[in-house]
Write a protein that binds this ligand. Structure first.
Ligand SMILES: Cc1cc2nc3c(=O)[nH]c(=O)nc-3n(C[C@H](O)[C@H](O)[C@H](O)COP(=O)(O)O)c2cc1C
Length: 445
């Protein structure tokens, strides 16, 4: 297979309402190939820089409107790049293309003007093809290109943003390579490869916006085909939907709301490394007097029933003797504690009051204790949020706070350790119900 790319020279500077097809077709006879022959033939592909298509379609605006035009041409910002020259917005355009500045470009256009991308590059390609074929009597393919930067790679290349009469993708899946290995993933972006090849001839500064590619007739078709839109990966399939900084920001902004109380866990084990990472986050919480009063006990499986049975005995006594509940009602309440028995991991958070000040008066001593309990609560919340960031669910259950002495005794803990409840940890068995929407104004007073 031999591929040839020849530039179409002699085109005038393109202006609004110019008949691009007629202007190109007029240059066909003078187009000279390596073997000295001239003119185009069936199966040739005309590759046209989108800039002149846009100009012919009147998509030129004043340079002062550039930023507003980028906003108008964008459906979302993918990433923002700060450079000494200012801020570059990498956006998804209305067409679904991911491009710096929505493809709004000040190069190769009159002073103080910028050029927008064609409204519908596939439609432009189809129209151009129809008119070119009419004018020449040939069967041609058309690709409209624009220059794009790329993730991971330095340097820009041209890509197809519109096409007609060619198959933009070549699906190799199901074929075998030269070693007989089946190809499972390979789909080649033929239209982009042709676009990039043609740019080697068209160039950015040669004033040659159109080239003809010969040798790819096997990829051309009678019908217009699906267009370059098929080269756009749907956002649901895209692993790189946001820039790294933006994705991290979204993660940070939604970390707190991702935490939900999970009351049914799957059997999936939680790795120690995630528990350690969550505790490492929790112990960055604020605390009074520059202390680090939090303690998290991981209750081993053999100790778990001993502890939970002791807690349950006191709870049952409280429900019967102090609250006077019926047997049925007691049984129903006690069953709620089963979550702590079955959760893959059980953590017991404590706050140590060792460094709490003791005042001469009971009032301030009690406030001091409240202050440490508040700090303990902050650390437990941090723990739960950190677990949620790893996709791990949790339920913060109050029980141990109502039987502090039993907990301390069963676990042989100092009297200064105040239990802050129990935390059941594991992967959720099902999705949480959506959160109830609360009015911030009811809380921010
Ligand atoms: C200190 C504390 C104690 C809690 N105790 C219990 C409990 O004993 N049983 C329970 O099912 N949930 C308990 N919860 C969880 C709340 O019921 C839960 O946070 C609330 O329903 C809101 O749901 P969400 O966490 O999914 O936003 C407790 C929460 C906190 C902060």
């Amino acid at each position: 297979m031999t591929l040839q790319v020849v530039g179409i020279s002699g085109l005038p500077r393109i202006c609004a309402d110019d008949d691009l097809a007629a202007l190109c077709a007029a240059q066909f006879p003078a187009t000279t190939w390596a073997d000295g022959t001239t003119g185009l033939r069936d199966g040739d592909i005309l590759v046209v820089t989108s800039k002149i298509v846009s100009k012919a379609e009147g998509r030129v605006i004043s340079g002062s409107d550039r930023e507003a035009a980028i906003t108008h041409e964008s459906v979302r910002v993918v990433a923002t790049k700060h450079t000494p020259r200012g801020i570059t917005r990498i956006v998804e355009t209305r067409h679904g293309l991911i491009m710096a500045a929505a493809g709004v470009d000040a190069s190769n256009t009159e002073q103080d003007t910028v050029v927008l991308l064609p409204v519908d590059p596939d439609h432009s390609a189809r129209e151009l093809r129809r008119a070119l074929q009419e004018a020449s009597g040939l069967r041609l393919g058309v690709i409209i290109t624009d220059t794009m930067g790329r993730a991971w790679r330095e340097g820009v290349t041209d890509a197809a943003i519109g096409c007609a009469g060619i198959r933009p993708l070549e699906d190799h899946r199901g074929r075998v390579d030269s070693f007989g290995h089946p190809l499972e993933m390979t789909i080649v972006a033929i239209a982009d490869e042709i676009a990039a090849a043609s740019d080697l001839v068209k160039g950015k500064d040669s004033g040659m916006p159109v080239a003809v590619v010969r040798g790819m007739q096997a990829w051309t078709s009678e019908e217009n085909g699906p267009g370059a839109r098929t080269l756009i990966r749907s956002s649901s399939e895209d692993l790189f939907w946001l820039g790294t900084a933006e994705a991290m920001e979204v993660g940070a902004q939604t970390a707190i709301e991702r935490r939900r109380t999970v009351r049914r866990f799957s059997a999936r084990a939680v790795e120690d490394i995630h528990i350690e990472a969550a505790v490492a986050q929790a112990i960055t919480s604020p605390a009074p007097h520059h202390t680090q009063p939090w303690r998290f006990l991981r209750i081993h499986n053999e100790k778990r029933p001993v502890l939970l049975d002791a807690m349950r005995t006191q709870w049952e006594r409280d429900l019967r003797e102090l609250d006077g509940y019926s047997d049925e009602s007691v049984a129903k309440r006690l069953a709620r504690g089963d979550l702590l028995r079955s959760a893959p991991v059980l953590l017991m958070p404590f706050v140590s009051l060792d460094h709490a000040h003791i005042y001469p008066d009971a009032g301030r001593t009690s406030s001091e204790r409240d202050m440490f309990i508040a700090a303990g609560g902050a650390a437990v919340q941090s723990l739960l949020v950190a677990l949620a960031a790893h996709g791990i669910g949790s339920a913060w259950i109050s029980s141990s706070m109502f039987c502090s002495d039993v907990v301390r005794e069963t676990l042989s803990l100092p009297s200064t350790w105040q239990p802050l409840g129990a935390v059941a940890v594991g992967y959720a068995a099902s999705e949480s119900e959506p959160r109830q929407t609360l009015n911030v104004s009811d809380f921010l007073l």
